[in-house]
Design a binder for this molecule. Structure first.
Ligand SMILES: C[S@@+](CC[C@H](N)C(=O)[O-])C[C@H]1O[C@@H](n2cnc3c(N)ncnc32)[C@H](O)[C@@H]1O
Length: 271
C-alpha cells in the first residue's frame, strides 16, 4: 500500500513501480513518504550492507557540522542541492534551528521531495523549494526562488550532501559545480559527501546493483576525484576525508569501522 498522499500519486512524474533514491533514503531514515518498491529496494540495500543506517547517521552528523561551520562564519543563506524529502536533521531543519532567520532554497529532482518540501515551507517567507535538476545550474541560479531569496553579494552555503554519487556524469557535474561556485560571493562554503571508491567491495557492488534499478544509478569516487569537485576552493581541515574523521566518536579524534570509511566528506571556502 502506498503511504503517499493523493497529491503525489497524481503527479505525472512519479512512477510508483520504480524505486527512487529520495524515497529509499526517506524509508531508511524512518520516514513515511515512500512506496513498496522503495521499501523493497531499501531492504535489499540493507541486506547487502547492514551498516547503511549508520552510514546515513554519519551523513546527517556531517550535514549538521557543515551547517554549523556556515552559521559560525555568519552565513545566513543556504542552497541545498538535492535537498531530499523533508525529515528531521536535514539541511532546512538544521539551518532553521541554528540560524532562524536564514534564507534556504532546496533543489530536488524528485517530485515527492518537491511536494513535501513546498508543503513544509508554506508560510515560511525565507524558504522555498525548486523542482529541478542540480545539473542545470544556470536554470537553478536564474529561478525565482533563488533570485528572490539568495543575495549573490553575500556568502552562501552550498550543500551537496549524499547527492554527487547519484550523478555518474563527472563532466556535467563538474561544470554545474563550477557554475555554482562562480555565482556565489567570497566567504561562501561548499560541503560535499560522496560514496567512497576505496571501500568498493562485493558488498558495495551489490548496493550499486540495487541502485542501478532506481531513478539514479550510484557511482563511487575516490578522494582525488571528490576533491576535484571543489575546484580551486581551499579545503577546510581535515580536507576530503573519511566521514569518521569529520564525525569523531565521543571523546575520540575519529570514528572507525566500515560505516565511518564508506563515505568521503569535505568543506571548502571561497577566498
Ligand atoms: C540520499 S538523498 C540526500 C538528501 C539530503 N541531501 C540529505 O543528505 O539528507 C539524495 C537526493 O538527491 C536528489 N538528487 C539526485 N540527483 C539529483 C539531481 N541531478 N538533481 C536534483 N536532485 C537530485 C535525490 O532526488 C534525493 O532526494
Amino acid at each position: 500500500m502506498s503511504v503517499l498522499g493523493e497529491q503525489e500519486a497524481v503527479l505525472p512524474e512519479v512512477d510508483p513501480q520504480r524505486p527512487s533514491v529520495a524515497r529509499i533514503y526517506n524509508h531508511l531514515l524512518g520516514g513515511p513518504h515512500n512506496f513498496a518498491v522503495d521499501r523493497h529496494a531499501a531492504a535489499a540495500a540493507r541486506a547487502a550492507m547492514p551498516e547503511l543506517p549508520e552510514i546515513l547517521r554519519f551523513n546527517r552528523q556531517f550535514l549538521a557540522e557543515a551547517v554549523r561551520l556556515a552559521a559560525e562564519a555568519g552565513i545566513e543563506q543556504y542552497l541545498d542541492l538535492g535537498c531530499g524529502i523533508p525529515s528531521d536533521g536535514d539541511g532546512y531543519d538544521v539551518a532553521r534551528r541554528l540560524r532562524p532567520r536564514s534564507r534556504i532554497v532546496g533543489v530536488d529532482l524528485e517530485p515527492v521531495a518537491f511536494v513535501h518540501g513546498r508543503r513544509r515551507v508554506a508560510g515560511d517567507p525565507n524558504a522555498d523549494v525548486l523542482h529541478a535538476d542540480v545539473l542545470d545550474a544556470a536554470g537553478v541560479l536564474a529561478s525565482p526562488p533563488v533570485r528572490d531569496l539568495i543575495d549573490p553579494a553575500r556568502p552562501v552555503c552550498l550543500l551537496l550532501v549524499s547527492v554527487a554519487h547519484f550523478i555518474p556524469d563527472t563532466a556535467r557535474l563538474s561544470a554545474a559545480l563550477d557554475a555554482y561556485r562562480t555565482a556565489v560571493a567570497p566567504g561562501s562554503l561548499l560541503a560535499i559527501t560522496h560514496a567512497c571508491r576505496k571501500e568498493s567491495s562485493p558488498r558495495v557492488e551489490q548496493v550499486r546493483r540495487v541502485y542501478s534499478n532506481t531513478t539514479a544509478p550510484m557511482v563511487t569516487r575516490d578522494a582525488g576525484e571528490t576533491a576535484a569537485l571543489f575546484g580551486d576552493w581551499p579545503l577546510l581541515p581535515p580536507g576530503v576525508a573519511a566521514m569518521g574523521q569529520w564525525c569523531p566518536a565521543p571523546g575520540r579524534s575519529s570514528a572507525s569501522g566500515i560505516a565511518a570509511n564508506a563515505s568521503l566528506a569535505g568543506v571548502a571556502r571561497r577566498t
